[in-house]
Design a protein around this ligand. Structure first.
Ligand code: NDP
Length: 242
């Protein structure tokens, strides 16, 4: 069986990625932290694609929770490995830098960037040994361009882009690819508080994106056809920034 782990699979872009990878035949490990009901809905949607999955609860900012959960999963699946990792879970805690609290900085860096280290380091070893893997990091326009009010979030996402490029070169010979997808404004819970009417006037496509439009790119990067694409950052932003 081919296993794909999607962090933050309970809602938004993560849920759309779970559905896309399920449609490609993957058995989906749906991670969530607080939204259990939403994670169960994602599992139903995964099953609706004719595939199956399971739910893994852990806080991506906690190395201990990750080690425990993945350790238990591995013990129950001897000889199997997770061949696709989508580092998607993320949070925003916006503030102008001069007013930013240490906590707002650290929470965003821990959840959005340190999670990359804990999860990827754990899983990439198996991908290298099995000589096939896909690591896909969901970054952001904010990490490519920088956005005011998001120095913490921009730093975390830009950090993940640097790590994507570095790791891609470390593992390329082992048939493991590492890429980043950088969405612009996508309609999810995360962007609910934004003024869509005002912002969409700046977007050449004239609208916010849909989670499925990000998931389609993830699906391509996860596929066998994308074997020569690595270290790339693919913008999915309606032409807002290139
Ligand atoms: P949502 O707020 O809609 O969903 C966030 C998801 O992340 C939820 O499933 C949530 O799970 C999970 N999550 C948050 N914190 C943790 C944690 N500590 N441990 C485990 N899971 C966690 O966000 P989006 O779907 O919009 O965003 C998904 C990714 O895309 C993020 O990395 C975000 O930065 C990025 N992105 C989004 C854009 C947008 O416009 N929406 C634009 C650019 C990038 P739960 O509720 O169970 O805690």
């Amino acid at each position: 069986m081919n296993f794909a782990l999607v962090t933050g699979g309970s809602r938004g872009i993560g849920r759309a990625i779970c559905i896309k990878l399920a449609a490609m035949g993957y058995h989906i490990l749906i991670n969530y932290n607080t939204s259990q009901q939403e994670a169960e809905t994602t599992l139903q949607l995964v099953r609706g694609q004719g595939s199956d999955g399971e739910i893994l609860k852990f806080d991506v900012a906690s190395q201990e929770e990750i080690e425990l959960s993945l350790g238990q999963w591995q013990a129950a699946h001897e000889g199997e490995y997770i061949s696709i990792l989508v580092n998607n879970a993320g949070i925003r805690k916006d503030a102008l830098l001069m007013w930013m609290k240490n906590e707002e900085w650290h929470d965003v860096i821990n959840t959005n960037l340190h999670s990359f280290l804990y999860l990827t380091r754990h899983l990439v070893k198996h991908m290298i040994l099995k000589k096939w893997g896909r690591i896909i990091n969901i970054v952001s326009l904010s990490g490519v361009k920088g956005l005011p009010g998001q120095a913490n979030y921009s730093a975390a996402k830009a950090g993940m882009i640097g790590a994507t490029k570095a790791l891609a070169q470390e593992v390329a010979k082992k048939y493991v690819t590492v890429n980043a997808v950088a969405p612009g404004y996508v309609r999810t819970d995360m962007t609910q508080d934004l003024d869509e009417t005002q912002l969409k006037a700046m977007i050449p496509a004239g609208r916010f994106g849909k989670p499925e439009e990000v998931a389609a790119v993830v699906g391509f990067l996860a596929s066998a056809e994308a074997s020569y694409v690595t270290g790339a950052v693919i913008n999915v932003n309606g032409g807002l920034y290139t």
